[in-house]
Design a protein around this ligand. Structure first.
Ligand code: GLY
Length: 257
C-alpha cells in the first residue's frame, strides 16, 4: 500500500511570478498556466486515491504553494521547520492551521533552518540534504524528533547549484532512489539503496511521487521515464513547466501525512 493517503496542498498565489527562482529558471511567466498545472497535480493526487485538503492561498507569499517546506511528518506527528528563506517564514501559519487537528505538532528552534524539500523518508531513515536552506542543527533536531519513533537520520551534502535534496532526487518506491550522478558523492545514499542514475540534463525528472506501481512524474524527461518503465512501473507524466520556473517540483506542492 502506498504511504500517500492524505495530503495538504495550497493554491498558487496571483503573485507566483515573484516566486524565488534561482535554479531551474528565471521565474514563472504565466501564473494562470501555473494554476492550471497545479489543478492537474491536485486532480492527479485524487486519482491515486489521496484525500486532499486544499488550504487557502495568500498573495503576500508568492511561494506559498510549496507547502512541503514548512513541516516534516513522521508517524502522526509533525515537526514545523524554520524556513531556510526569510521571505517564506510567514507561510507556515496556514500550514500549521491545516494540520493541527490531524497531527501532533512541534517546532524547530533557532539556529535550525530547514526546508522540508531537503527531506526524503526512506524506509526507516530520513535522508536530509544539508543545503543553503537546511543546516546541520536542523538535521540534529529532526534526529531528536524521529529517533524515539525508530528512525535514523542520514545527512547528504547538497551542492550549491541545487536548491533542495528533492530538487535533485526522490524515492519513487521503497528501496529505490532516482538521481543524477554528478550532484552526489560516491557514498551519498545509504548502502542499501538501489540508485537509478538519470542524465544530468534530466535532473528535474528525478523528482517523482510513487503510488505503488504508479509513479507521478514531470512531463519531458524520457530517460528518467524509461528507467522507471523498464523496472515495471507505470508512469503518469504531468506538465510542470511553470511550477518548475518557480524552482518547484512535484513533491514541493504537498505534504503527505
Ligand atoms: N521557489 C521556491 C523556493 O525557493 O523556496
Amino acid at each position: 500500500m502506498s504511504e500517500h493517503k492524505r495530503a495538504i496542498v495550497r493554491g498558487v498565489a496571483d503573485t507566483f511570478d515573484q516566486a524565488v527562482a534561482v535554479y531551474f529558471g528565471t521565474g514563472p511567466s504565466d501564473v494562470d498556466e501555473a494554476k492550471r498545472q497545479h489543478d492537474t497535480y491536485v486532480a492527479s493526487l485524487r486519482k491515486f486515491g489521496v484525500e486532499v485538503k486544499e488550504l487557502p492561498t495568500d498573495n503576500d507569499y508568492p511561494d506559498c504553494c510549496f507547502v512541503e517546506d514548512q513541516v516534516v511528518v513522521c508517524d502522526g506527528k509533525g515537526l514545523l521547520t524554520i524556513s531556510g528563506h526569510d521571505t517564506r517564514k510567514g507561510e507556515q501559519d496556514v500550514v500549521k492551521a491545516g494540520l493541527e487537528s490531524e497531527l501532533e505538532l512541534s517546532r524547530m528552534t533557532q539556529p535550525a533552518r530547514m526546508d522540508g524539500g531537503d527531506v526524503i523518508k526512506f524506509g526507516d531513515k530520513y535522508l536530509v540534504g544539508i543545503s543553503t536552506r537546511t543546516n546541520r542543527e536542523a538535521a540534529q533536531q529532526l534526529r531528536d524528533f524521529v529517533t524515539p519513533m525508530g528512525y535514523t537520520v542520514h545527512e547528504i551534502p547538497i551542492p550549491s547549484n541545487a536548491l533542495h535534496l528533492k530538487s535533485i532526487a526522490s524515492s519513487p518506491a521503497p528501496g529505490l532512489i532516482l538521481a543524477p550522478r554528478v550532484y552526489f558523492d560516491e557514498n551519498s545514499f545509504p548502502e542499501d539503496a538501489e540508485v537509478i542514475w538519470v542524465p544530468e540534463e534530466e535532473v528535474y525528472g528525478a523528482n517523482t511521487i510513487g503510488f505503488d506501481k504508479d509513479i507521478l512524474v514531470a512531463d519531458g524527461y524520457p530517460n528518467a521515464h524509461k528507467a522507471l518503465t523498464d523496472r515495471g512501473f507505470n508512469i503518469h507524466p504531468i506538465e510542470m513547466s511553470q511550477i518548475r520556473a518557480g524552482d518547484g517540483s512535484l513533491t514541493c506542492l504537498s505534504v503527505f501525512y
